[in-house]
Design a protein around this ligand. Structure first.
Ligand code: ATP
Ligand code: MG
Length: 519
């Protein structure tokens, strides 16, 4: 007798032009099973999610729910009854309220009228369960990246579907929120819901999944109970044959150094922040002073709301500050003027790459060179796309961006590759200061260290000051110093590596390290 799985995909093929995103993928998720789906950036995970959600049609193959063929793509309600999805990229409508978004397309109706009260109460109940401070009537455009991710999760969990697909649901969540999500997922799984869980944090997959499927270049290469595989085996399956990337960061250093020399700029004093004060819905900064010397790499970390991202945004000129000064090489930077900060030599990798990181409909080459069009035009006269793309190729190769070419719109790239384009763009401008806010969000395990090394190499070889603001401690291990923020102020500074991970985590929670001497 054949088993009837909650969801089953058989022989799924999907191509975009010459890119084969999925090549004959078979996958099934059973009731009460949490299946992990892992693979490198561009492996095909989100493409599979969009097919399992009824958003796109496979070129070949079929999806089944409880053994029955899936409804046609036009039958949106039919799909919605079967599957709820947290998409990798926000599908929240910014102009609508939290409640409207949660019930979008399936409003609660009572006696023929939309029952707003019931919907608001239902939404409030779930948000309260999460212990989150989000108003159910707030317009979503006022929410932070973390809060938007919570809205997406609340929406998926509210549908009562028998299968839930989570595409990197924790990428913007802090540890405590991740724990809460895991509690909920465990509960759902116990109640017989089938869950597909995608993450680049492999430890999460080991924590929560009972089985794992590894995709590589659009093919399933491993399908195994989680107990039968260890992390090294999982990474090996994801990566396959390692491409020769050993000295790409060296080449990158030479490349950037040459550019810098051509630019004739001398970096002298680095970054000096004095008594910075910023008000922000997502964490104030209260009187922070710090310095980053040329070629130095300083990490800033802390819990959600501690002001880590706010500090990064303010220093980069992407957010106004109320008081204090930000000085780069002796020149005072304007408050909240990203355009002027860019001109003054601040490269910026923003937290919200969708909004600030790139222009989706423009090509890879155009995005990467966007910050230097005036320089290219000076050097080559009239700006020619070929020149522009040539300038972008070396850097995108060094960062292992996977695309079909420099002309491919960045909106078509996988999430992690979009992030790499954002990083390339910030390096391209030969900055004197690089501000990187959660730079490895959505980047796969193998590319993560390459990307961080590239940032550090760019800083060391060109003398740029590097400020990495991140709640992921793994992003900070190679920093020269790490500053911990707590409630908007500097709580502790760790000044020598290797850093004590336990002590770092304790400091982010504001737990006093009485056995250590404060610096
Ligand atoms: N709309 C599209 N047009 C063209 N190519 C696309 C489109 N969507 C996806 N692709 C390509 O399909 C491949 C798989 O992309 P997908 O987004 O599924 O990767 P992923 O495994 O989710 O990666 P990540 O971990 O970075 O999110 C990539 O090479 C990507 O560029
Ligand atoms: Mg993806």
């Amino acid at each position: 007798m054949t088993q009837l799985f909650t969801v089953e995909a058989k022989g799924i093929e999907k191509s975009f032009g010459s890119t084969k995103a999925l090549r004959g993928v078979d996958l099934h998720i059973d009731a009460g099973q949490c299946l992990g789906l892992v693979g490198r950036n561009g492996a095909g995970k989100s493409t599979l999610v969009s097919i399992l959600s009824g958003l796109s049609k496979p070129d070949a193959g079929e999806v089944f729910f409880h053994g029955e063929p899936a409804p046609s793509l036009r039958d949106v309600d039919g799909w919605r009854k079967q599957i709820a999805t947290v998409f990798q990229h926000s599908k929240v409508v910014p102009q609508l309220s939290v409640t409207e978004n949660v019930f979008l397309g399936s409003p609660a109706v009572r006696r023929g009228a939309v029952d707003w009260r019931q919907m608001r109460e239902a939404t409030r109940k779930i948000i309260d369960e999460w212990n989150f401070d989000i108003s159910v009537t707030a317009r979503c455009e006022t929410l932070t990246v973390e809060q938007l991710q919570i809205v997406e999760i609340v929406r998926a969990l509210a549908t009562g579907a028998q299968c839930i697909l989570l595409d990197e649901p924790t990428s913007a969540l802090e540890r405590r929120a991740v724990d809460r999500l895991f509690e909920r997922v465990n509960q759902l799984v116990k109640n017989g819901v089938a869950v597909l869980y995608i993450s680049h944090h492999l430890e999460e997959v080991f924590d929560i999944c009972s089985d794992v499927t590894v995709l590589r270049d659009g093919e399933v290469v491993v399908n195994s109970p989680i107990a039968d595989i260890d992390k090294d085996q999982m990474v090996a399956a994801m990566v396959g044959e390692l491409p020769a990337t050993a000295n790409v960061t060296d080449e990158l250093g030479v490349l950037l150094q040459r550019e810098k020399a051509g630019n004739g700029e001398v970096v002298r004093e680095g970054l000096v922040v004095e008594d910075l004060r910023v008000t922000s819905s997502r964490g104030d900064v209260i009187g922070v002073s710090l310095t980053v010397k040329p070629g130095e790499c300083v990490g800033v970390t802390g819990l959600l709301g501690a002001g880590v991202a706010t500090l990064g945004r303010a220093v980069a000129g992407s957010q106004k500050f109320d008081g204090g000064t930000v000085t780069l090489n002796g020149r005072s930077l304007a408050s909240g003027r990203r355009d002027l900060s860019l001109r003054d030599g601040v490269g910026y990798i923003p937290e919200n790459r969708q909004l600030e990181g790139f222009v989706a409909h423009l090509g890879v080459g155009e995005n990467v060179t966007m910050t230097i069009t005036d320089r290219l035009a000076r050097r080559f006269g009239l700006m020619r796309p070929r020149r522009r793309d040539e300038a972008a190729v070396a850097l995108t190769e060094a960062l292992s961006v996977i695309s079909s070419g420099m002309r491919q719109p960045v909106g078509e790239l996988s999430g992690g590759n979009q992030q790499k384009v954002t990083v390339a763009r910030s390096l391209m401008s030969n900055p004197s200061l690089i501000v990187a806010v959660t730079p490895t969000r959505g980047v796969d395990v193998a590319s993560k260290s390459l990307l961080l090394q590239s940032l550090i190499e760019a800083s060391r070889s060109t003398g740029a000051a590097l400020l990495i603001c991140s709640d992921e401690l793994d992003d900070l291990v190679d920093c020269d110093r790490i500053i911990v923020l707590f409630h908007g102020s500097i709580y502790y500074e760790f000044s020598s590596s290797p850093f004590d991970r336990e002590a770092l985590i304790a400091a982010t929670e504001g737990i006093s390290l009485s056995d250590r001497t404060a610096s």
